[in-house]
Unconditional design. Structure first.
Length: 179
């Protein structure tokens, strides 16, 4: 049995590396951690369950996820943008949609609350509607400038070589290749 002698500072030195705490101490730590997590969860449920504090979303702001199907050429005429790229980035965790503005006035409808931008992976039907950090363009679009939307690809469902349906404004374009 090893005993630890006090040093000149009056404190006991740290136990040697690789020494495990006693079984009793580990059990106490697990129980305290579980109790803390349970307590935080109960408080969170109690605070979050108040219906009076829930935000009221007007009916007009409810997103529409089905749009009028159009070709890429029709999207250019009706929405004033040209799709230039859909690519998997961020180690597979993001999908980058790039578009060039042809008509700034028409392109303004891309970020309307009723028709938010989204992607649908065509083979699995997986829907991507969350933009990275809630990104949304603000201010007027400029002609001939390329803009981007970064979608969160949780679970890496969309891969290079897949085809997606792009939902922008009141329209959707199918069979867009992912690079």
């Amino acid at each position: 049995m090893t005993t630890l002698a006090k040093t000149d500072t009056g404190r006991s030195p740290s136990p040697p590396r690789g020494t495990k705490p006693s079984r009793r101490l580990r059990i106490v730590g697990v129980l305290l951690g579980a109790g803390l997590v349970t307590g935080v969860g109960v408080v969170g449920l109690a605070l979050g369950s108040s219906q009076d504090d829930a935000p009221v979303v007007p009916e007009a702001a409810t997103p529409t996820w089905t749009r009028t199907p159009v070709s890429t050429a029709a999207l250019e005429r009706k929405l004033g943008i040209r799709l230039t790229q859909v690519a998997v980035t961020g180690g597979g965790g993001l999908v980058d949609l790039r578009f060039q503005v042809l008509d700034p006035e028409l392109a303004g409808s891309i970020h309307e609350a009723e028709t938010p931008p989204a992607l649908v992976e065509e083979h699995s039907g997986v829907f991507l509607g969350n933009l990275l950090m809630g990104h949304s363009h603000s201010g007027p679009f400029k002609q001939a400038v390329t803009y981007y939307l970064i979608f969160v690809n949780d679970g890496n469902w969309v891969h290079r070589g897949d085809r997606v349906t792009v939902l922008l404004g009141d329209y959707q374009v199918g069979h867009v290749p992912v690079t």
